[in-house]
Design a protein around this ligand. Sequence first.
Ligand code: PEP
Ligand code: MG
Length: 852
Amino acid sequence: MAEQSNILPVLAPLSGVRVPLSRVPDPVFAQRMVGDGASLDPTSSTLLAPIDGDVVQLHAAHHAITLRHPSGVDILIHIGIDTVTLRGEGFTPMVRLGDRVSAGQGLIRFDLDHLACRARSMLTQVVVANGERVVALQLGRGELEAGRSLLFSLTLNSDDRSAAAVHRGDQHATKVELPNPAGLHARPAAVFAEAAKHYRADVRLRFQGREANGKSLVALMSLATAAGSVVELVARGPDAREALGRLAELLRQGCGEDLQAARAEAERRPSLEVERAANRAVSGELRGVTASPGLAIGRVFQWRRGALQVQERGADPASEHQRLSQALRAAERSLRELQVQSTDTARGAILAAQQELLQDPQLVDSALALIDQGKSAAYAWQTATEQSAATLAALGNALLAERAADLRDIGRRVLGELLGEVTTSVQLPEGCILIAEDLTPSETADLDRQRLRGFCTRGGGATGHVAILARSFGLPALCAIDPQALQLADGQRVILDADRGLLLTAPAPEQWAQAERDVEEAKQRAQRERTAAQQPARSADGQRIEVVANVRHAADTADALAAGAEGVGLLRSELLFEQRSSAPDEDEQIAAYAAVARCLGQDRPLVIRSLDVGGDKPLSYLPLPREDNPFLGQRGVRLSLAHPALFCTQIRAVLRATQGHRLHLMLPMVATLEEFRQARALVAEQAEQLGLAMPSLGIMIEVPSAALLAEQFAREVDFMSIGSNDLTQYTLAMDRGHAQLAQHADALHPAVLRLIGLCGDAVKRNAKWLGVCGAMASDPLAVPALLGLGVRELSVEAPAVAAVKAAVARCYLDECRALAQQLVELDTASAVRARLSEFQSRAHAARVEESV
Ligand code: PEP
Ligand code: MG
């Protein structure tokens, strides 16, 4: 085709049918945010170059490519919609970045049938990515034949200055001084990367001669910025100006970090280097940083992770891409499942953060690039994660070093998928103190706590996920331990004094004697607390508060009772329904509920929640249509009402299994009175058919509408229990599993407390009772607030029973009520936490004084 000086013909890169951009089911293209051009519905499967030019961009997922014509015009071709999520599966590039190609030359081969089943749409967009150079765009006509038909032609501006500007690209840059006390560490970096991903523009951050992809959390953290670092923000591409403005502002504001709190934390916490410098070589004393307090005596057990057998050379890049993408998806699925099953909030947040890392563009891109060089998927992934982890660990910044453990953890999880090796559990000898280079959060969670007395790691940090887990297990632990610890002999007896950050390898006889006395005393204190926990909980002024437990089955129930729980405040019945191909029948359900009831006996309360699935917890045998917003769709009681046979079978089983017991039946996710009334009618019908009395029937308060109408609900229900996990999520509009929102989705937010207060007032006026069964009930800090708001039942995780009972025993209810009035007037969750900490310290001191 003849090319006039200022006319640029753009050929069809594929055969097929032309489709106007406005009909593409992606607003980014339909609204021409990327640029003007055309779309086509392809019938061929080799993408041909529509113009002569250089390959200036080839996406790592191989679904998009940009060619730059000698005139400076950039033509971007995007195969399919949302095909980036396939991470290269089904695409084979035929060119490399920087290649010069001629119109009609093959660029990317793809498997049309395979993609058609997986992609949202196969519509392929051909757009001008830098429109300033173009005066007019004229669409061609008729059917499209790849490499022959005209898709559209461009009339170019002949102004040389404009051509030069285009060639440089639409680039904008600015400098910003970071206000974050620890620079762009994990949380602010995650917020920035997430915001940057909303723009088509390529976003880079430059600092001290290094450059990071602004959309990659790992790359941003590796810049190792600090408080006051001046970074250069560069945006290049179609929406660069807009991206620059918004992202620069985000950086100036601290990327969502609570700067005041972070400053206080930074002052409190020395850097890893300072901490390591403080490792004084006092003979027989190895210093580390307290990850979890406590004292233990035990024998050294050196643990080294076995090297995985990874083959370096791969098969052809297309199949290695496919293997990696399948393994990433499988790892993501398993993390998601673990997160849903996790009843431990700390572990849930860790799993959510790791899912984010699995999608990090720098990690995935580096692995894909290695595969393109002929490496196997396993080798490429191992190298990419290890390099990033080593970079973070070497930066001398404690916060960043902690994220290295997460990277290594997801590294091994994906390798497990690729190599068919999934178990990482550590075999421990009895009574040991484990010493390791590092531990991943998964390895820590799997440690046999019966055999382990404590652990020390060379890596990690005091706020890392491993430390959080150690604290939740009550295990003394040190991180950043002196490297000499790794040389200690297996079996050597040592004292781990995590309170003072010390591992004592050669204590004097009097130190042994003192440590033995202290360990014994701590044991007795724990025993006293456990014994006290066997007594019914009472506030300091004698008010009975029920401290009960959240359980899933009879085994959990026995553990909870042993820990001092006074009954069950939430039986999550969904466990019976999950991971199977058909619903459990009435008899199977009766057996499960009766086992819990038997374990409790007839005097302890048993709150059974009807099936709470749907949303994020689908069941394979329920035909649930795909929902755009499953958290706002058919879940909880709505799903039961939509499947009355399933609901009625469960109700019959519950009623039959618990005769003679203190049953309370609880409905999850109730948003309206109509839902409650409909469910109540079904329960009444089943009770009547069985000739049994109507049970005590209550609702969970998980939706703001239910709390706002608490007065109306309180007239009709027998009780209410606050599901603070969901109530927080729906009140603050923050996904409870979202890693970057985790620190803000705080149940102690005054907005959530106000809603709880409405329920407290309503139950009081109507002589009903109010409980809390969400995670906030297990937090001793929250106890005075909840009691002050009118809560009289706390349903907690079994390990929290003793601490929650002790917190109740420190409370005078009139003081709590006055406190609650102040809390609901505060403006942020951190202000509430600060006020509660102050209250807690005063209450503690006052009760100690009273007891002497
Ligand atoms: C809650 O939402 O607080 C609750 C207890 O329910 P779940 O965590 O099971 O959704
Ligand atoms: Mg819930």
